[in-house]
Design a binder for this molecule. Sequence first.
Ligand code: ATP
Length: 273
Amino acid sequence: LVTTDTPLPFRELCARIHDRIAAFLDAKDVSDRVKSVQAQTRLSLDIIDRALAQYSLPELSLAYNGGKDCLVLLILYLCALHKRGLTNTSNPSSNIETAVQCVYIQDAHPFSEVEEFVTQCIKTYSLALLEYAKPMKAAFADYLRDTPSVKAILVGTRRTDPHGEYLKHFDPTDSGWPKFVRVHPVIDWHYVEIWTFIRHLNIPYCTLYDRGYTSLGGTTDTQPNPALARQPSSSQTTQLGAVNGAVNGTPKPIFRPAYELEDDYEERLGRDR
Ligand code: ATP
Protein backbone atom coordinates (compact mmCIF):
# COMPACT_ATOMS: atom_id res chain seq x y z
CA LEU A 1 0.00 0.00 0.00
CA VAL A 2 2.75 2.45 0.93
CA THR A 3 6.48 2.17 0.42
CA THR A 4 8.92 3.41 2.98
CA ASP A 5 11.51 4.50 0.36
CA THR A 6 10.35 7.61 -1.47
CA PRO A 7 7.35 9.26 0.16
CA LEU A 8 4.44 10.00 -2.16
CA PRO A 9 3.06 13.53 -2.30
CA PHE A 10 0.42 13.82 0.41
CA ARG A 11 -2.54 14.13 -1.92
CA GLU A 12 -1.52 11.09 -3.95
CA LEU A 13 -0.81 9.07 -0.82
CA CYS A 14 -4.29 9.77 0.56
CA ALA A 15 -5.90 8.99 -2.81
CA ARG A 16 -4.07 5.68 -2.97
CA ILE A 17 -5.01 4.75 0.56
CA HIS A 18 -8.61 5.70 -0.18
CA ASP A 19 -8.73 3.59 -3.36
CA ARG A 20 -7.15 0.62 -1.65
CA ILE A 21 -9.62 0.80 1.24
CA ALA A 22 -12.53 1.20 -1.21
CA ALA A 23 -11.38 -1.99 -2.99
CA PHE A 24 -11.05 -3.73 0.38
CA LEU A 25 -14.60 -2.71 1.30
CA ASP A 26 -15.92 -3.91 -2.06
CA ALA A 27 -14.30 -7.34 -1.81
CA LYS A 28 -16.86 -10.16 -1.86
CA ASP A 29 -16.38 -13.86 -1.05
CA VAL A 30 -14.16 -13.05 1.87
CA SER A 31 -13.76 -14.82 5.21
CA ASP A 32 -16.00 -13.95 8.15
CA ARG A 33 -13.03 -12.26 9.80
CA VAL A 34 -12.46 -9.98 6.80
CA LYS A 35 -16.22 -9.26 6.71
CA SER A 36 -16.05 -8.10 10.32
CA VAL A 37 -13.06 -5.87 9.51
CA GLN A 38 -14.97 -4.41 6.56
CA ALA A 39 -17.83 -3.55 8.93
CA GLN A 40 -15.45 -2.04 11.50
CA THR A 41 -13.75 0.00 8.76
CA ARG A 42 -17.09 1.44 7.56
CA LEU A 43 -18.08 2.37 11.09
CA SER A 44 -14.72 4.00 11.89
CA LEU A 45 -14.75 5.99 8.64
CA ASP A 46 -18.21 7.20 9.56
CA ILE A 47 -17.03 8.39 12.98
CA ILE A 48 -13.99 10.15 11.49
CA ASP A 49 -16.26 11.76 8.92
CA ARG A 50 -18.49 13.05 11.73
CA ALA A 51 -15.39 14.53 13.38
CA LEU A 52 -14.42 16.17 10.08
CA ALA A 53 -17.93 17.60 9.72
CA GLN A 54 -17.81 19.00 13.23
CA TYR A 55 -14.24 20.32 13.35
CA SER A 56 -12.05 22.13 10.85
CA LEU A 57 -8.57 20.66 10.24
CA PRO A 58 -6.74 23.10 12.52
CA GLU A 59 -9.12 21.99 15.28
CA LEU A 60 -8.33 18.29 14.85
CA SER A 61 -5.27 16.31 15.87
CA LEU A 62 -4.29 12.68 16.31
CA ALA A 63 -2.53 11.07 19.29
CA TYR A 64 0.17 9.05 17.56
CA ASN A 65 2.88 6.93 19.16
CA GLY A 66 3.64 4.44 16.38
CA GLY A 67 1.48 1.72 17.98
CA LYS A 68 -0.69 -0.58 15.88
CA ASP A 69 -4.05 0.88 16.93
CA CYS A 70 -3.20 4.50 16.13
CA LEU A 71 -1.55 3.27 12.92
CA VAL A 72 -4.89 1.84 11.76
CA LEU A 73 -6.55 5.07 12.89
CA LEU A 74 -4.03 7.16 10.93
CA ILE A 75 -4.63 5.19 7.72
CA LEU A 76 -8.41 5.56 8.11
CA TYR A 77 -7.99 9.27 8.80
CA LEU A 78 -5.99 9.77 5.59
CA CYS A 79 -8.68 7.86 3.69
CA ALA A 80 -11.39 10.05 5.22
CA LEU A 81 -9.47 13.24 4.39
CA HIS A 82 -9.38 12.21 0.74
CA LYS A 83 -13.07 11.29 0.74
CA ARG A 84 -13.96 14.78 2.02
CA GLY A 85 -11.69 16.49 -0.53
CA LEU A 86 -9.45 17.87 2.20
CA THR A 87 -6.13 16.95 0.59
CA ASN A 88 -6.34 19.38 -2.34
CA THR A 89 -3.26 21.37 -1.67
CA SER A 90 0.01 21.29 -3.54
CA ASN A 91 2.36 20.95 -0.61
CA PRO A 92 0.48 20.09 2.57
CA SER A 93 3.55 19.02 4.50
CA SER A 94 4.83 22.58 4.44
CA ASN A 95 1.62 23.86 5.99
CA ILE A 96 0.90 22.84 9.57
CA GLU A 97 -2.78 23.63 9.12
CA THR A 98 -3.32 21.16 6.33
CA ALA A 99 -0.85 18.40 7.14
CA VAL A 100 -1.92 15.78 9.65
CA GLN A 101 -1.47 17.31 13.08
CA CYS A 102 -0.24 14.80 15.63
CA VAL A 103 0.93 14.71 19.21
CA TYR A 104 3.46 12.12 20.39
CA ILE A 105 4.33 11.69 24.05
CA GLN A 106 7.67 9.98 24.30
CA ASP A 107 8.05 7.28 26.95
CA ALA A 108 10.69 7.95 29.64
CA HIS A 109 12.58 4.90 28.26
CA PRO A 110 11.65 4.71 24.60
CA PHE A 111 12.46 1.79 22.31
CA SER A 112 14.75 2.92 19.48
CA GLU A 113 12.55 0.84 17.14
CA VAL A 114 9.50 2.91 18.12
CA GLU A 115 11.40 6.17 17.70
CA GLU A 116 12.61 5.09 14.26
CA PHE A 117 9.14 4.00 13.20
CA VAL A 118 7.58 7.30 14.28
CA THR A 119 10.31 9.19 12.39
CA GLN A 120 9.60 7.09 9.29
CA CYS A 121 5.86 7.77 9.62
CA ILE A 122 6.47 11.52 9.82
CA LYS A 123 8.11 11.29 6.38
CA THR A 124 5.79 8.73 4.79
CA TYR A 125 2.54 10.33 5.92
CA SER A 126 3.59 14.04 6.09
CA LEU A 127 2.80 14.22 9.79
CA ALA A 128 3.03 17.58 11.55
CA LEU A 129 3.98 15.86 14.77
CA LEU A 130 4.88 17.60 18.00
CA GLU A 131 6.76 15.47 20.52
CA TYR A 132 6.79 15.84 24.32
CA ALA A 133 8.96 13.99 26.81
CA LYS A 134 6.93 14.35 29.97
CA PRO A 135 3.93 12.74 31.72
CA MET A 136 0.67 12.56 29.71
CA LYS A 137 -1.26 15.29 31.49
CA ALA A 138 1.56 17.84 31.31
CA ALA A 139 2.28 16.85 27.70
CA PHE A 140 -1.31 17.45 26.61
CA ALA A 141 -1.39 20.76 28.49
CA ASP A 142 1.77 21.84 26.65
CA TYR A 143 0.43 20.60 23.32
CA LEU A 144 -2.79 22.63 23.66
CA ARG A 145 -0.77 25.67 24.69
CA ASP A 146 1.53 25.22 21.64
CA THR A 147 -1.37 24.45 19.27
CA PRO A 148 -4.31 26.42 20.64
CA SER A 149 -6.49 25.74 17.59
CA VAL A 150 -6.86 22.06 18.59
CA LYS A 151 -10.26 21.18 20.06
CA ALA A 152 -10.49 17.44 19.41
CA ILE A 153 -7.92 14.65 19.29
CA LEU A 154 -8.39 11.29 17.58
CA VAL A 155 -7.22 8.50 19.87
CA GLY A 156 -6.70 4.80 19.04
CA THR A 157 -7.98 3.41 22.34
CA ARG A 158 -9.93 0.14 22.14
CA ARG A 159 -12.54 -1.30 24.50
CA THR A 160 -10.14 -3.78 26.12
CA ASP A 161 -7.48 -1.13 26.86
CA PRO A 162 -7.21 0.28 30.40
CA HIS A 163 -10.06 2.82 30.88
CA GLY A 164 -11.57 1.85 27.49
CA GLU A 165 -14.62 -0.01 28.78
CA TYR A 166 -17.12 2.86 29.00
CA LEU A 167 -15.77 5.26 26.36
CA LYS A 168 -18.08 6.63 23.67
CA HIS A 169 -17.06 7.73 20.18
CA PHE A 170 -16.80 11.35 21.36
CA ASP A 171 -15.82 12.06 24.98
CA PRO A 172 -14.63 15.25 26.63
CA THR A 173 -11.53 14.68 28.76
CA ASP A 174 -12.13 13.88 32.45
CA SER A 175 -12.08 16.72 34.96
CA GLY A 176 -8.56 17.68 35.96
CA TRP A 177 -7.24 16.98 32.44
CA PRO A 178 -6.46 19.55 29.73
CA LYS A 179 -9.74 20.25 27.93
CA PHE A 180 -10.35 18.67 24.54
CA VAL A 181 -12.72 16.14 23.00
CA ARG A 182 -11.33 12.63 22.59
CA VAL A 183 -12.56 10.91 19.43
CA HIS A 184 -12.42 7.10 19.48
CA PRO A 185 -13.09 5.75 15.97
CA VAL A 186 -11.53 2.29 16.54
CA ILE A 187 -12.91 1.76 20.05
CA ASP A 188 -14.73 -1.49 19.17
CA TRP A 189 -12.08 -3.11 17.00
CA HIS A 190 -10.79 -6.43 18.32
CA TYR A 191 -7.09 -7.22 18.47
CA VAL A 192 -7.23 -9.70 15.56
CA GLU A 193 -9.17 -7.20 13.44
CA ILE A 194 -6.41 -4.62 13.86
CA TRP A 195 -3.87 -7.12 12.54
CA THR A 196 -6.13 -8.36 9.76
CA PHE A 197 -6.46 -4.77 8.50
CA ILE A 198 -2.73 -4.00 8.77
CA ARG A 199 -1.69 -7.20 7.01
CA HIS A 200 -4.46 -7.21 4.43
CA LEU A 201 -3.58 -3.67 3.34
CA ASN A 202 0.16 -4.33 3.66
CA ILE A 203 0.80 -1.37 5.94
CA PRO A 204 4.37 -1.11 7.31
CA TYR A 205 4.42 -1.37 11.12
CA CYS A 206 6.94 -1.13 13.96
CA THR A 207 9.42 -4.03 13.86
CA LEU A 208 8.93 -4.86 17.56
CA TYR A 209 5.63 -6.51 16.67
CA ASP A 210 7.47 -9.15 14.64
CA ARG A 211 9.45 -10.01 17.78
CA GLY A 212 6.50 -10.91 19.99
CA TYR A 213 5.66 -7.50 21.42
CA THR A 214 1.89 -7.04 21.25
CA SER A 215 1.51 -3.64 22.92
CA LEU A 216 4.28 -1.04 23.10
CA GLY A 217 5.33 0.86 26.21
CA GLY A 218 8.91 1.65 27.23
CA THR A 219 12.00 -0.57 27.51
CA THR A 220 11.68 -0.87 31.29
CA ASP A 221 8.06 -2.00 31.39
CA THR A 222 7.45 -3.90 28.14
CA GLN A 223 8.53 -7.42 27.19
CA PRO A 224 7.58 -9.74 24.37
CA ASN A 225 4.22 -11.32 25.15
CA PRO A 226 4.78 -14.59 27.06
CA ALA A 227 1.69 -16.06 25.34
CA LEU A 228 3.73 -15.94 22.10
CA ALA A 229 6.83 -17.67 23.49
CA ARG A 230 7.88 -20.90 21.86
CA GLN A 231 10.78 -23.26 22.27
CA PRO A 232 12.30 -23.57 18.81
CA SER A 233 13.98 -26.58 17.28
CA SER A 234 17.66 -25.92 16.60
CA SER A 235 16.96 -25.37 12.87
CA GLN A 236 14.32 -22.77 13.77
CA THR A 237 16.81 -21.14 16.10
CA THR A 238 19.21 -20.76 13.21
CA GLN A 239 16.52 -19.35 10.92
CA LEU A 240 14.80 -17.09 13.42
CA GLY A 241 17.61 -16.25 15.82
CA ALA A 242 18.34 -12.92 14.18
CA VAL A 243 14.72 -11.88 14.50
CA ASN A 244 14.42 -12.55 18.22
CA GLY A 245 17.98 -12.04 19.35
CA ALA A 246 18.71 -15.72 20.08
CA VAL A 247 22.21 -17.06 19.61
CA ASN A 248 22.63 -19.78 16.98
CA GLY A 249 22.53 -23.26 18.48
CA THR A 250 21.39 -22.07 21.92
CA PRO A 251 17.73 -22.93 22.26
CA LYS A 252 16.01 -20.20 24.18
CA PRO A 253 12.45 -19.04 23.96
CA ILE A 254 11.70 -17.02 20.88
CA PHE A 255 8.48 -15.25 20.21
CA ARG A 256 5.96 -15.55 17.47
CA PRO A 257 4.85 -12.31 15.77
CA ALA A 258 2.17 -10.18 17.40
CA TYR A 259 -0.35 -10.95 14.65
CA GLU A 260 -0.50 -14.60 15.77
CA LEU A 261 -2.11 -13.72 19.10
CA GLU A 262 -5.91 -14.17 19.10
CA ASP A 263 -7.25 -13.12 22.47
CA ASP A 264 -7.97 -9.45 23.22
CA TYR A 265 -7.34 -10.06 26.92
CA GLU A 266 -3.85 -11.49 26.36
CA GLU A 267 -2.66 -8.41 24.49
CA ARG A 268 -1.10 -6.70 27.52
CA LEU A 269 0.59 -9.73 29.09
CA GLY A 270 3.96 -8.24 28.06
CA ARG A 271 3.24 -4.92 29.80
CA ASP A 272 4.10 -4.33 33.48
CA ARG A 273 1.31 -1.82 33.95
P1 ATP B 1 -0.21 -0.79 21.23
O1 ATP B 1 -1.30 -1.20 22.22
O2 ATP B 1 0.21 -1.92 20.37
O3 ATP B 1 0.92 -0.08 21.90
P2 ATP B 1 -1.36 1.73 20.46
O4 ATP B 1 -0.22 2.48 21.09
O5 ATP B 1 -1.90 2.29 19.21
O6 ATP B 1 -0.93 0.23 20.20
P3 ATP B 1 -2.53 1.88 23.12
O7 ATP B 1 -1.17 1.73 23.71
O8 ATP B 1 -3.62 1.02 23.64
O9 ATP B 1 -2.54 1.63 21.52
O10 ATP B 1 -2.94 3.41 23.27
C1 ATP B 1 -4.23 3.82 22.82
C2 ATP B 1 -4.12 5.09 22.03
O11 ATP B 1 -3.74 6.17 22.91
C3 ATP B 1 -3.06 5.08 20.93
O12 ATP B 1 -3.56 4.46 19.78
C4 ATP B 1 -2.81 6.57 20.75
O13 ATP B 1 -3.84 7.18 19.99
C5 ATP B 1 -2.91 7.08 22.19
N1 ATP B 1 -1.59 7.05 22.85
C6 ATP B 1 -1.16 6.18 23.78
N2 ATP B 1 0.08 6.47 24.18
C7 ATP B 1 0.45 7.57 23.49
C8 ATP B 1 1.62 8.39 23.45
N3 ATP B 1 2.66 8.10 24.21
N4 ATP B 1 1.66 9.44 22.61
C9 ATP B 1 0.60 9.73 21.82
N5 ATP B 1 -0.54 9.01 21.82
C10 ATP B 1 -0.62 7.95 22.64
